[in-house]
Design a protein around this ligand. Sequence first.
Ligand code: AHM
Ligand code: MG
Length: 336
Amino acid sequence: MIGVQTLDEFIIRRQTDFPYATGELSRLLRNIALASKIVNREVNKAGLVDVLGTTGFTNVQGEEVKKLDLLANKTFIASLELGGQCCGVASEENEEFIAFEAESSRKGGYVVAIDPLDGSSNIDVNVSVGTIFSIYRRVSSPEGLCKAEDFLQKGSEQAGAGYVIYGSSTMLVYTTGHGVNGFTLDPSIGEFCLSHPDMTIPQDGKTYSVNTGNFYDFPESVKEYIKYCKERGQQTNSPYSARYIGSMVADVHRNLIIGGIYIYPSLNGFPDGKIRLVYECNPMSFIVEQAGGMATDGSRRILDIEPRELHQRTPIFLGSSEMVSKAKEFFDKGTK
Ligand code: AHM
Ligand code: MG
């Protein structure tokens, strides 16, 4: 080690803190990191080669599939299958989960749920996108292929979760339930290096992130909370700023560092909002909670929701605990 701690080094050190650890989870995390470096390479040169734009297909969510969505999806799945610790993947891009059949991976002790390229509407305009992943211990018998029940566990059962932000620098942030650590990719050596040890989210913040283009479709309680955010500057010396990138990874990452709240509420006609419980809300909520923040759907802790189906959506309010608690006061008043 030469003055920096690489992600690989960090993972190995952490593993030895747990005497009964088998090393499987560590290897799985390292495979995800490796795949993310490949995706990072493609995202970085996206403007130069023919990977911008759409494929002409729509995914199970009815959304346009971008070329980079597909590329990221294939890269992560291939890397997880080769690794051998993961026996199946559920991806936001695929209708059904994939159960790996190869002898080398079918007995793996973990499954992964992944949003390979989050915020993909931002790809063509060179704005930050990300990858979000969630790791569960397999609960089905290792004798057969993995099953839906492996993926449909509550968020509180996650063995690990993380995100990669492909931003002005590329960072990987992850937790295995013992705090949150962030690593910045040093492109000159091709390694993620520990840059943000023991990340904690400020208890209070000044930033609210919500697509106010949907304002008139929001529930009354959310409208009231947003009005409160706007009026604060007039009533106190502590105004809030609105910041909405439209990539959940980027919005939550910023809020994790400087404090803030990310909101994607239910909408008129879409009672569950847009964001997916299994691929996005659970992993981001695990990270934010591990950093000292809060995540709720308005009445329930996100991590306590029993998923019924893979592509289930949920309203979400997550971030600094004081801001989320304040927003919750508006919901508790009743106007949902
Ligand atoms: P995606 O996974 O298809 O990219 O969708 C999720 C994204 C989030 O990253 C982002 O916060 C949200 O959708 C933006 O949606 P909207 O354009 O409706 O504000
Ligand atoms: Mg997404």
